[in-house]
Design a protein around this ligand. Structure first.
Ligand code: SF4
Length: 297
């Protein structure tokens, strides 16, 4: 066994929870814990970074952050901090599980391809330099300073501030100018681009839909406005299918439709299949165009 014991266990209630309102908000989870390990585990960081999806491996100070057993964990070379626990007993149970996990990683190192990607923590002041400092709160934070602090802690992605251009790259570099507009430095920030990619995909689908609609309309004009289908029809669609069709034509994704209509993604899919069958189409663009032509939506 690599790690055999821990020491210097401390379990405290963070000072910001001491106020009554905070206790109300965190009634069930209020304890933070810290302890020392009897081994230096920093050589395991790239392996933890590889096996845990949500792990973030920081360069300075070297540590890795991750969610473990539902608790947030900060693992340093020979010490650990974690929160928020319901009780001291829960914290001790967590430590036992974490040590088992670290020993498992140590034993299985040969079978894991390490991920050495590290995040460099950018100082708050450098991030503040690239923000407009208008405190407009569109990012959800009261001030630009609070937003900058949240970025350094990895709590929020930089592109939540609409004033920062949406970066395509996962490692975006923003320029810093002096008062004369001269480039003096740059700040490199990690960006979570998955939402951005989804947005681009949705916009791409909308463009395809509009193009198809335009093509159909041009064809109709060329054919003396004679419709391609005879007469208007509702194709035997149910009210629910028409609702789904409306949302499709507005460019919503299946997951979004599921949220809007309070139905499961599986149900959305089955509505989609019915719609495609009834309209005799193969994709959502054709479905939206046909529905528009027939004034179903
Ligand atoms: S949205 Fe941008 S400008 Fe507005 S408060 Fe947040 S960081 Fe500052």
């Amino acid at each position: 066994m690599f790690i055999k014991r821990y020491s210097e266990f401390r379990c405290i209630m963070p000072t910001f929870i001491h106020s009554l309102s905070d206790v109300d908000n965190h009634r069930s989870k209020i304890w933070s814990a810290s302890f020392k390990l009897d081994q230096d585990v920093c050589h395991l960081f790239p392996y933890i970074n590889a096996v845990l999806d949500e792990a973030v491996y920081y360069e300075k100070p070297e540590h890795v952050r991750f969610l473990f057993e539902g608790y947030r964990c900060f693992l340093y070379p020979d010490s650990v901090a974690a929160h928020f626990f319901e009780s001291k007993t829960a914290a001790k149970d967590f430590i036992a599980c974490l040590i088992d996990f670290l020993n498992d990683i140590y034993n299985q190192k040969e079978d894991i391809r390490p991920n050495y990607n590290q995040i460099k923590q950018v100082p708050i002041i450098d991030i503040l330099k690239i923000l407009p400092k208008t405190n407009c709160q569109k990012c959800g934070y009261l001030t630009c300073m609070a937003f900058a602090a949240a970025i350094t802690k990895g709590k929020v992605a930089a592109d939540k501030c609409p004033s920062l251009a949406s970066p395509i790259s996962e490692n975006a570099v923003y320029p810093i100018f002096d008062n004369n507009g001269k480039l003096v430095n740059s700040v490199s920030l990690q960006i979570n681009t998955s939402k951005l990619k989804n947005r681009i995909q949705e916009q791409h689908e909308q463009i395809l839909m509009l193009e198809a609609s335009l093509r159909t309309s041009n064809q109709n004009e060329n054919q003396g406005d004679s419709p391609q289908i005879s007469g208007k029809s509702d194709f035997g669609l149910t009210n629910r299918e028409i609702e789904v069709l409306k949302l499709i034509s507005q460019g919503y994704t299946n997951n979004e439709i599921s949220g809007i209509l309070f139905i499961s993604p599986h149900t959305v899919k089955s509505h989609m299949i019915n719609i495609f069958n009834k309209l005799s189409v193969n994709d959502r663009t054709q479905a939206a165009v046909l529905a528009t032509q027939n004034e179903i939506i």
